[in-house]
Every structure is written in structure tokens, then in C-alpha cells.
Design a protein around this ligand. Structure first.
Ligand code: BG6
Length: 358
């Protein structure tokens, strides 16, 4: 599946939108906790400032309306305000499944089944004010699955606004699969940490009840570059103590729990990986299919291509108030970093499906 702006799309636009500036939305939208917590600060606003605020809020509304006009597709793709006023794209499949993708970090923060059941997990400490990456759903780790030198733990892609470059609901003639394509390109901020010209193109699609992601990293410069990456997927489980991962047996893995700086190399001999303490393992050269049994009689089946490794992470009591509720199963490209020649690209896809185990 290759998505580029073309006539195959319901809507396709190559021109970046005005809000690709990382500060724009944050600057214009009053933060809800600020707005809700104290009415007093509002009272002190002079009428001139209030006037300016009103103009700004209506500017945001106008901007959203314009984006919706350009990229919205009736019944299938809606661009709207999410938590904290951050813009999000809501994809709806006619079967009843739904996904929500924030432009900040290109994070899929929600994926629900036709029943309304949520599959992903957002941590209670997640912030939607750009003060840190959105902690939950499917954040990007790029161009580094950290830690590493010169940049944030898991790279800058989850700390930046991505731009909508296309939407669609008719990629396949017989399928009304809603899709959004988001793009991130290098800028002064990224080049200070990682001195390379790149374009990352990320599509999120609902295929019936399934969720599909497709990331391409294109080298738009004149020199080759290397990167590591992961899709840091948080999946909701009934209880981490009954969750299980299948599909890792026989793999070599790096166990980061004893000493994250110098992980121990081990062999996985278990058919089923279960949890009774912290787990932070990078399985190298993994298979292209893994299952997370969430403990309810259902599992999340994850198929992938391009992503060579799989990270399994549970922080256990280091996140006392939420560790029981989620497990991270992360497709990654870490053991052997990706090398991309000028004009070439790297690609990694994932397909998530909820399957019945009974
Ligand atoms: O930065 P976040 O989102 O809190 O995630 C941190 C964790 O991310 C996981 O992917 C790593 O395997 C862990 O080592 C790390 O602690």
C-alpha cells in the first residue's frame, strides 16, 4: 500500500497546512485545566486581552473548519479538537470501528471496536499540552529508540506536530477504508539534534475492525543516514498479571531490567511470556507476527513488515497507579539500525486485529 496524493484519494493535498508550526495551536487554544481550575485569572483579563483571546479562539475554529473542509470526508474522516484543544483526526469505518490520531506526535490515541471497546491505553499521567509526548496509544520513537545521545529519550517525532498531507476513504474500490496520511519533515529544531534531511510519511487506516499503520522514512538529503525507531504501542489489558505474549520463543533478546545501560543478552525459551515483575526486553530479529493475550478471552494480533525487532515493556510498580492496565508491545528497528541512502526510503508496516481466543 503506497499512499501519495493522487486521484485515488478522496482528498489529497501536498501543501503543508498553516498549523505545521509547532507552537501555533498551543498558543491559540486556552489550556482547559488553566481555564477550568481558576476563574479568577479570567476576571483579571483586560477587555482588550479578552478581545484578542476571542479573536484567537475564533481563528483556531476557522483554521479547524478550513482543515475539515480540505480533508474531511463525510462519515469517515473528521478533523476536530481533541484533549487540551489539540487537533486530532477521527477515522470511522462503516463497520463501526473508530480511531483517533493526534497531529501532535502523530499518535494514535484511541482505537475502538464496533462494540465501542477500546484496545489501546493512555496513561493517566499523559499530558495533552505539548509539555511532553502523549504517553499512551501508539507514539513514535524516531529517529532514536532511546536512550541515546543528543536528543530526547525516544527521539523528536513524538514531540512535534505532523502535517496532514492526504486523507481517503476509497483506497480500494470495494472498501471504504478511512485513511489519514501525516508528514513530518526536518527543520532547524530537528537538524540541531539530528543533522539530516528527511521526510517521514505515516498513514493510519481502519480496515474493517483492523488498524493499520505504515511509516516511510525518506532521505531527502545528499548523504546516507542511520536511525533506530519503534512504535511504542500501549495496549490495554485486563490485568498485567494475566496478560501473555506469544510468538517470541527461540528469539535472542536484550534484557534491560537488571542494567538498562548494559542489557544482558538472553535466549527466550518460553512459548508464553507472562509478567510477574518489570519487563523491558528487546527481542531481536523477531517474527512478523506476535499476539498479546489481554486476559479477557481476546488477544491483539500484530502483524508487521520492515520492523525487525519487538520490544515488550511493563514498568511494573515504577508506575504504581497504572501498570496493571497496560502492556507495551512495540515493533522496533533497533538491533540493526536502518540505513537510508539519498533518495531512498525505509518502510515499516503494522496490522492490528482483535482475535477471539475461545
Ligand atoms: O518514555 P516513555 O514513553 O515513558 O517510555 C519509556 C520506556 O519505553 C520503552 O520502550 C523502553 O523499552 C523502556 O526502557 C523505557 O523506559
Amino acid at each position: 500500500m503506497m499512499l501519495t496524493p493522487s486521484t485515488a484519494f478522496g482528498r489529497a493535498h501536498a501543501t503543508p497546512l498553516p498549523y505545521s508550526c509547532p507552537r501555533a495551536w498551543h498558543a491559540l487554544v486556552p489550556h482547559p485545566s488553566r481555564a477550568e481550575s481558576k476563574t479568577s485569572w479570567r476576571k483579571t483579563i483586560s477587555s482588550r486581552r479578552q478581545q484578542r483571546l476571542n479573536v484567537s479562539v475564533s481563528a483556531v475554529a476557522t483554521e479547524l473548519a478550513e482543515v475539515q473542509e480540505k480533508f474531511g470526508i463525510v462519515d469517515h474522516v473528521k478533523i476536530t479538537e481533541g484533549e487540551g484543544g489539540l487537533p486530532k483526526v477521527v477515522l470511522r469505518h462503516s463497520c463501526g470501528s473508530k480511531a483517533e490520531v493526534y497531529l501532535y506526535g502523530a499518535v494514535v490515541a484511541s482505537w475502538t471496536q464496533p462494540s465501542g471497546d477500546e484496545v489501546l491505553y493512555v496513561r493517566p499521567d499523559a499530558k495533552f499540552d505539548k509539555s511532553k509526548p502523549i504517553s499512551g496509544g501508539i507514539p513514535h520513537c524516531f529517529p532514536q529508540f532511546g536512550p541515546g545521545p543528543a536528543m530526547q529519550q525516544h527521539g523528536f517525532a513524538r514531540n512535534l506536530d505532523w502535517t496532514i498531507s492526504a486523507t481517503s476513504a476509497d483506497l480500494q474500490p470495494d472498501e471504504r477504508d478511512p485513511t489519514v496520511e501525516l508528514t513530518l519533515t526536518d527543520n532547524d529544531y530537528t537538524r540541531k539534534m539530528w543533522p539530516h534531511a528527511f521526510k517521514a510519511v505515516y498513514t493510519v487506516t481502519l480496515h474493517e475492525e483492523q488498524l493499520r499503520t505504515d511509516l516511510r522514512v525518506i532521505n531527502t538529503g545528499n548523504e546516507p543516514f542511520d536511525f533506530t525507531a519503534a512504535m511504542h504501542t500501549y495496549i490495554e489489558v485486563l490485568d498485567i498479571e494475566v496478560a501473555k505474549v506469544r510468538g517470541l520463543q527461540g528469539l535472542t533478546f536484550l534484557d534491560k531490567v537488571p542494567n538498562p545501560e548494559e542489557p544482558e543478552t538472553k535466549e527466550e525459551d518460553r512459548e508464553v511470556v507472562s509478567f510477574s515483575g518489570p519487563v523491558d526486553s528487546v527481542y531481536l530479529k523477531a517474527k512478523d507476527y506476535v499476539e498479546l493475550d489481554v486476559g479477557t478471552g481476546a488477544a491483539v494480533a500484530i502483524s508487521s513488515s520492515g520492523w525487525e525487532d519487538i520490544v515488550v515493556w511493563s514498568p511494573w510498580t515504577a508506575m504504581e497507579d497504572c501498570y496493571k492496565k497496560f502492556c507495551c508491545v512495540e515493533n522496533a528497528k533497533f538491533g540493526t539500525p536502518a540505513t537510508v541512502q539519498p533518495g531512498e526510503s525505509w518502510r515499516g508496516t503494522q496490522d492490528f486485529a482483535v482475535i477471539d481466543l475461545e
